[in-house]
Design a binder for this molecule. Structure first.
Ligand code: NAD
Length: 264
């Protein structure tokens, strides 16, 4: 299986290092022939992202803090200078004050609530609007969500509320952009140890719980997420939009786990 993404080019937003979910997706896209540009948040991350982008044959790095609409406009203008059209965008961005990713949800401050919604939810809508202008022949947008949007996961707090809003944004955007032949989907990934995840209280316990309770009895990897991302962004998923696709070892289907017995 080669060349699924041959002739397609797009933007990867949210690569921080080689443990990022964005890295798993970018690697899978590269293996299938995609050309990619990358945005990064701030100089320090830029230094880490540059060699990774180079590994995938890309020299296009654009600084962009998605909480700044001017920076987003400039990033898309810069991209349009390089490529008049694109086929896909990966939005792998989320942020909340880690002091509020532990303890009680009701302690969330208004300031952090608004910042979390801005960076983790609104940015996807703002990206979709700008990406549309570069997708005259259609395209595919992908964001990353988590099960904490559907059910309460300890410590996930305001990020769970934000991911619910992100999931709903995916559906509204899928309807808005369907007439432009632009598909909009999310992958709901199981827990994976990344920079962002390290801010979540007791994350090791969440990992252990998922490993023990998911049907596949293991945690997923960025390569698992990469395969699903490739599917969503390639023509294999040409009829799929508005979908929240779980890549979580099946964890989300479990209501109550059976007592472990050899025949169950
Ligand atoms: P990561 O730390 O590798 O990536 C998070 C990225 O968000 C970083 O590149 C960071 O620079 C970027 N970011 C944060 N604030 C930004 C801003 N203002 N402007 C621009 N970029 C900004 O962690 P990750 O786990 O790969 O996270 C990627 C996405 O996957 C997030 O949306 C996260 O919620 C989601 N996700 C992660 C897990 C997990 O367990 N790791 C599970 C499900 C979903």
């Amino acid at each position: 299986m080669t060349g699924l993404m041959q002739g397609k080019r797009g933007l990867i937003m949210g690569l921080a290092n080689d443990r990022s979910l964005a890295w798993g997706i970018a690697k899978a896209l590269h293996e299938q022939g995609a050309e990619m540009a990358f945005t990064y948040q701030g100089e320090a991350l830029g230094k880490r992202v540059k060699p990774l982008a180079e590994q995938l044959g890309s020299d296009t790095l654009i600084e962009c803090d998605v909480s700044d609409m001017g920076a987003l406009d400039r990033a898309f203008d810069e991209l349009a200078q390089k490529w008049p059209t694109i086929d896909f965008v990966v939005h792998a961005i989320g942020f909340a004050d880690k002091n509020e990713l532990r303890g009680r949800y009701y302690d969330t401050s208004l300031e952090n609530f608004l910042m979390t919604m801005n960076i983790s939810v609104y940015s996807f809508t703002a990206v979709a609007k700008r990406a549309r202008e570069m997708m005259p022949n259609g395209g595919s947008l992908l964001t990353l969500t988590y099960y904490g949007s559907e059910k309460v996961v300890p410590h996930y707090n305001v990020m769970g509320v934000a991911k619910s809003a992100l999931d709903t944004s995916v559906k509204y955007l899928a309807v808005d952009l369907g007439r432009d032949n632009i598909r909009v989907n999310a992958i709901s990934a199981g827990p994976i140890k990344t920079l962002a995840a390290s801010g979540i209280g007791d994350f090791r316990y969440i990992l252990k719980w998922n490993e023990l309770n998911s049907p596949l009895r293991r945690n997923v990897t960025i390569e698992d997420v990469g395969g699903a991302g490739l599917y969503m962004l390639s023509d294999l998923a040409s009829g799929v939009t508005g979908e929240i696709h779980h890549v979580d070892g099946g964890y989300n289907v479990i209501g109550m786990k059976a007592e472990d017995a050899p025949d169950i």
